[in-house]
Design a protein around this ligand. Structure first.
Ligand code: HEC
Ligand code: HEC
Length: 400
């Protein structure tokens, strides 16, 4: 277990760190700074200079594919890009690895087209699994030890022995305070701290705002500018002051993911978000706390019901993990589509405590995506706090 946790931290660290650029030296992106954030999708080939294979996709999806590349090979942006992480990155310059990655994109597209009717059955991860040089031969040890089988994205339906999706949702709504109490909440706000992987691991101040039925914003006040994820229920925007593209709107299935975050802020709305739900086989989540060497500090395993939402018109899929005994929602993984396979985002909630209005809410959550992870620790959650509507619309409308 030691290796994976270290590797993940490393991948996260280098992905975020290497994406840092100083504003003064980003001349290649000067044009982008003005146009990238138009709410109608900005296409990769307009935004960037040297796009040969990942054409015709919006910038948010493009950045998702970069995250998937880094994750598949366990490398940093700087392993493919000249000067990434330094003062003068040249993202457009071609390196041998970058050219190899282009070839691989074409190879993967061809495999899927010829063999799987164009479905994205083969992705970078299928072969690479975190290494540059995929293994070709099974090791004898791997044959005779427990297989490490990651679950597929689209889960099978359990045929017996599980409650219905409705029963699981009903128990969840009860567990967080009941439908009557929840209906009285028209807004909430929270304060605390967040630690971002890959930065210096120091905590920054964080704030969360939510307005019913589905407006939601998380803000981390970094010294170099606020990092923000915001949705007004119709549109969604990500502001990442320290990265290549400083702010970009979410499109298509990624936008659906942003909107889902808004629904989850008022959980009574989650169920109606997806047209179809199915309950898969229960599993045990290992939520044990580990130190940086992967040694378990505090054992924590939870048996959970697994419920998946599908049928979203943009193809976004999400899986929800509910604690069997308490009924609480512990994890959500949502998947957006991209040119090279699904881009996962995982949110974990913990430290549930009572708050005003008879509600129970999580004081800790972790937002993990392909290019970074943020750990939030809240100190204060205030249901029905006055929340300024412009918080959600303003960052989005300011984008020209
Ligand atoms: C495995 C190699 C690889 C990794 C790792 C990688 N990229 Fe890329 N990147 C590419 C390739 C290939 C292209 C060109 C795509 C094309 O031609 O369609 C590209 C293009 C880009 C561009 C557009 C440059 C331009 O102006 O043409 C940006 C910006 C970029 N990558 C950012 C990143 C960031 C940020 C990361 C880390 C999160 C990253 N990349 C990680 C391979 C990589
Ligand atoms: C069918 C299996 C397979 C798939 C799918 C695949 N690769 Fe590869 N990839 C390989 C193999 C095998 C090598 C090693 C080739 C060699 O050693 O000559 C490799 C090598 C690479 C390298 C060079 C690594 C280095 O450090 O020299 C890059 C970059 C790369 N792949 C990127 C990707 C990307 C990006 C994707 C997804 C778009 C992808 N690969 C999908 C099999 C695959």
């Amino acid at each position: 277990m030691q290796l994976p946790s270290k590797r993940l931290m490393f991948a996260g660290a280098c992905a975020v760190g290497a994406a840092l650029v100083t504003t003064a030296t980003t001349s290649p992106f000067a044009a982008l700074a003005q146009t990238s954030a138009a709410l109608k999708p900005q296409m990769s080939e307009q935004a960037f200079k040297n796009i040969q294979v990942l054409k015709g996709i919006p910038v948010d999806e493009f950045m998702g594919t970069m995250g998937l590349f880094s994750a598949a090979l366990s490398v940093c942006c700087g392993d493919c890009h000249v000067g990434a992480g330094g003062d003068n990155p040249d993202w457009a310059a071609d390196t041998p690895r970058k050219q190899m990655a282009r070839k691989m994109v074409l190879m993967v597209q061809a495999i899927n087209k010829t063999n799987f009717g164009g479905r994205q059955n083969i992705t970078c991860w299928t072969c690479h699994r975190g290494v540059s040089n995929p293994a070709v031969t099974p090791s004898i040890d791997s044959i005779y030890s427990e297989p490490n089988v990651p679950p597929p994205d689209i889960l099978r339906t359990a045929t017996s022995g599980v409650p219905t999706a409705n029963q699981i949702f009903d128990k969840y709504i009860e567990a967080i305070g009941g439908a009557a109490n929840l209906a009285k909440v028209t807004s909430w706000s929270a304060k605390g701290e967040a630690v971002m992987f890959g930065t210096d691991n120091k905590a920054d101040k964080a704030e969360v705002y939510a307005k019913a039925p589905d407006e939601y914003a998380t803000i981390i006040r970094q010294k170099d500018g606020d990092m923000e994820r915001v949705t007004n229920g119709r549109q969604a925007l990500v502001v990442l002051p320290l990265t290549v593209v400083k702010q970009y709107p979410l499109d298509d299935s990624a936008l659906e993911g942003g909107k889902l975050d808004g629904k989850v802020a008022f959980p009574i709305n989650i169920k109606s978000f997806f047209p179809t739900w199915h309950v898969s086989f229960p599993i045990t989540l290992d939520l044990s706390q580990k130190d940086s060497d992967g040694k378990v500090i505090k054992e924590d395993r939870r048996d959970v019901y697994v419920v998946q939402g599908t049928g979203n018109p943009q193809g976004m899929v999400a899986t929800f993990y509910f604690d069997k005994s308490t009924g609480l929602l512990l994890r959500m993984i949502r998947y957006a589509n991209s040119a090279v396979g699904r881009v996962p985002t995982q949110i974990d909630w913990s430290d549930f405590r009572p708050v005003a209005g008879g509600l129970t809410m999580p004081f800790k959550f972790t937002y993990g995506w392909v290019s970074g992870r943020e750990d939030y620790t809240l100190t204060e959650i205030t249901p029905n706090a006055p929340v300024d509507a412009s918080l959600f619309d303003k960052p989005i409308s300011q984008v020209k």
